[in-house]
Ligand binder design. Structure first.
Ligand code: FES
Ligand code: FES
Length: 173
């Protein structure tokens, strides 16, 4: 057992960990942050995505001891108090959430995209979510949602509505 401290969703956490514990297990089993999902367990699906020191990581591939002293953001830390984050609102607006299994990782991938580029085009968004698999949506609605979220975050509500109308009920989305 080893004791480490790290910051998770703006809170300092001191936890005892086994040497072979993954960051994913630390979050889910020790900190009860079960919004982070486990899919493939081998870095392929992105369901376990979190942001560590500003970068997207697959938490199934990071050992818990590697997170010592780091700052981690999980889906539970994205919203502001009772208020959902504009990215989450945009996902709901356009139906980019179906079964929801990929959604926590997708929202964090979207956050990473928008933190780096407040005005991404659709190709940039597709590239940014390329490490996250979704078996339900066909991806178009997720790309729409990230575009709309960019408008929300830029306080351009008219543009957000325009995008939502443009992609509304498009066959094959
Ligand atoms: S569970 Fe980590 S990438 Fe799939
Ligand atoms: S909404 Fe079901 S996997 Fe993406």
């Amino acid at each position: 057992m080893k004791n480490i401290s790290l910051i998770v969703n703006n809170k300092i956490c001191n936890v005892n960990i086994e040497e072979d514990l993954r960051l994913l297990d630390l979050l889910r089993d020790k900190l009860n942050l079960t919004g982070t999902k486990e899919g493939c367990s081998e870095g392929e699906c992105g369901a376990c995505t979190v942001i560590m020191d500003g970068e997207l990581v697959d938490s199934c591939l990071v050992m818990a001891f590697q997170a010592e002293g780091k700052e981690i953001l999980t889906i539970e830390g994205v919203q502001n108090g009772e208020e959902i984050h504009p990215i989450q609102k945009a996902f709901l607006d356009v139906g980019a959430v179906q079964c929801g299994f990929c959604t926590p990782g997708m929202v964090l991938a979207a956050k990473s995209i928008l933190d780096k580029n407040p005005n991404p085009n659709r190709d940039y968004i597709r590239e940014g979510i390329s490490g996250n698999l979704c078996r339900c949506t066909g991806y178009n609605k997720i790309v729409d949602a990230v575009e709309i979220a960019a408008s929300y975050l830029n306080n351009d509500i008219d543009k957000a509505k325009e995008i939502a109308t443009k992609y509304e009920c498009k066959e094959g989305n």
